[in-house]
Design a protein around this ligand. Sequence first.
Ligand SMILES: *Cc1c(COP(=O)(O)O)cnc(C)c1O
Length: 445
Amino acid sequence: MHQFATEERRVLDEVSAWVAGRLTEPGRLEPGSPVELPGLTCEGIGIDAAWSLLRDTLLPTTFPADHPRYLAFVGGAPTAASVIADAALSAAAVYGGSELEAGAVVAAERTALRWLCDAVGYPAAAHGTFVSGGTVANLSALVTARHARTEPGAAVPHVIVAGAAAHSSIRSAAAIMGCTVRTAGSPDLPLRADELRTVLADLDPATVVAVVASAGATNTGAVDDLDDIAALCAEHGTWLHVDAAYGGAAVLVPAWRSTFTGLDRADSITIDPHKWLFTPFDCGAVLYRDPTLARAAHRQHADYLEPVNDEGVDNPADYAIHLTRRARGLPVWASLMANGTEAYVRAIEQCLATADHAAKRIEDSAHLELVGERHLSVVLFRRRGWTLDRYAAWSERARRSGLALVTPTSFAGEPVLRLCFVNPLTSTDDVDLVLDSLESDAAAQ
Ligand SMILES: *Cc1c(COP(=O)(O)O)cnc(C)c1O
């Protein structure tokens, strides 16, 4: 390995110009053709050639999740400030696991976490950490719950009770933990406390790790009846984890706050800044009402670690399943500092308004029809008379032509289309383009 060379300096300038271009114009949605990459060589091809490959061959095959017509799954729309901070963070080689090494970067992450804790209504003592995403946040929270609920000498709890709409990562966490999952309610509707009560009544409370509710189910956007569920969990002495990975952002919007009533009563919460809080991949957050319980479950001990494990220090490594970690909250903080918190509220409101526009257009259409109740920024709808094959064929044409990334899903057993709005730059014109294409789709008539 050699030191930073003239060639690298020149390429860095090129990269910087490319990033600036990318931040002002979305990448192309239509994927390039599959590519064959050259193999690794002993001598290396040099940064110039490697960068050219990356820019001209690799990146054009990817779907930019911040494209205004990336409406499938849950996209993302990182701010310029967050991307710039993310790049600088790599260069600074910050070990984000301990306060000793990360210095004031930990304080910046704490500021961003505090903002999230305030948004969900958590008390001053609440805290957490930034992780790679909702999957690790959910797993970390459930491991904390189990640790907190395990009595010395008693059997270890092994049942996770989740709403039927819970994200697939809950099952994955249960499998890793050797737990079983009991589901309550319907996958298509918000979970109600009475549905949960029926399932809990059947279980020995000592076996239950936690109840998992959703605040923004990924498929439908549905927010469970959090307040009643929290009351029921309190009654049963059960840990309540709320997975708000996608939907939690909407709690920042005053008009939507009441939808989340009871969220502040959760013992732990997952919220993904890389989904609807304008941060680059990857960045999830796990928040705990009582962070000392997380530290008890997650802090790692080794002779060489003890110098950083002083009581009273705030080590981000202590609150989740990780040790070495990227200070993923730094881009969140930098963007909040640069843009101000109000810009976040406005941007989330913008996405909700775009979803409203889509719903209205669908309601007014002769060919399209809304399906189920509207929740948050997800819009589910059908094209009258279409089967899954037709949806799939249209979706494939839309993807190949670069029109949009919109994929079918199902609701109540029926194939439907789903739009999810998390990008404030998605315009009503973008929505109209997609819906016009569906209405006039001749190839599949
Ligand atoms: C996306 C999502 C997850 C998983 O988050 P990753 O960041 O993809 O790991 C978990 N729960 C919900 C509700 C989600 O929408």
